[in-house]
Design a protein around this ligand. Sequence first.
Ligand code: COA
Ligand code: MG
Length: 302
Amino acid sequence: MTIRPARLRRSQLSVPGSSEKMIAKAAASNADHVFLDLEDAVAPSAKPGARKTIVEALNTLDWGRKTRCVRINDVTTSWCFEDVIEVVEGAGKNLDTIMLTKAMRAADVQFVELLLNQLEAKLKLERPIGIEVLIEEAAGLQNVEAIAAASPRLEALIFGMGDYSASQQMNLRNWGSDGYPGDIFHYPRFRIAMAARAAGLDPVDGPFGNFRNEEGYRREARWAHMLGFVGKWAIHPAQIAPALEIFSPGAEEVTRARELAAAYDKALAEGVGSVNVNGTMVDAASIRIVMNTVRKAELIGI
Ligand code: COA
Ligand code: MG
């Protein structure tokens, strides 16, 4: 059983695996996590070359403390198995996770898991490679609980709203402007967050295409954050800073959380189960919320 490493995923930067220039910029960026794409950002004719570019970049660039991920083509394509084999054989030691696209059922994740088992044994890799999964098909959302429980390598579920809306044939022509009651993505986000948390995984929100619309990006990120998501994709460097801000607790929030945690510890030591801290009641339930903030601050290093 793999122990899931605690990783920051406040900002996951997407980079076309065929672009050496953008990959170099991504390695030097402030994103917590970078995924080098072999799927939709790379034309079919460029995919074999992109695998080599990615291997070279993983092995030679300084990635700092970032999580290094490669996004692969889905299991119905002719590219999926060779994406995993070439990237792991070439750069397995310098790779943290593989991101599987368009997962529809648990077996799709297990296909990647079995390949990784074999490659890690063959290459004698000491550090297990994790799996992140995109939920972006109607069938994937329907099977999300089974997908979330499919493999001990799983670390995160990501909501891919672009492909998802195509898969369900949603009509987004007037998205956000014609009075649809509520957030059109509320249900898939809520369901993905629930499935992820129940399985001990990180829920991550996918892309926002209009990278010049910062207000729109921030609104989507805030809504995802409210539902328990740990971060959001960036498809452009301009989207990194807003996500880092929105998915980090503020300094004041952290100070207050630490005060409440200390007050609660003191109360427990005195045999008291609920305590008044400046007009706020703290007990076993409310301290769980506080401790989420304390742990997140520790992971970030605040
Ligand atoms: N990662 C790293 N660097 C990026 C980047 C990314 N995702 N997107 C843009 N940049 C770089 C550009 O190369 C440019 O660098 P420069 O100033 O040294 O020339 C700089 O950031 C500013 O970019 P800009 O000119 O505003 O945009 P662009 O026209 O070069 O690129 C896109 C726009 C949409 C083509 C590009 O952002 C992109 O390819 N994004 C990723 C798409 C993707 O991964 N899709 C799949 C997942 S949804
Ligand atoms: Mg997609």
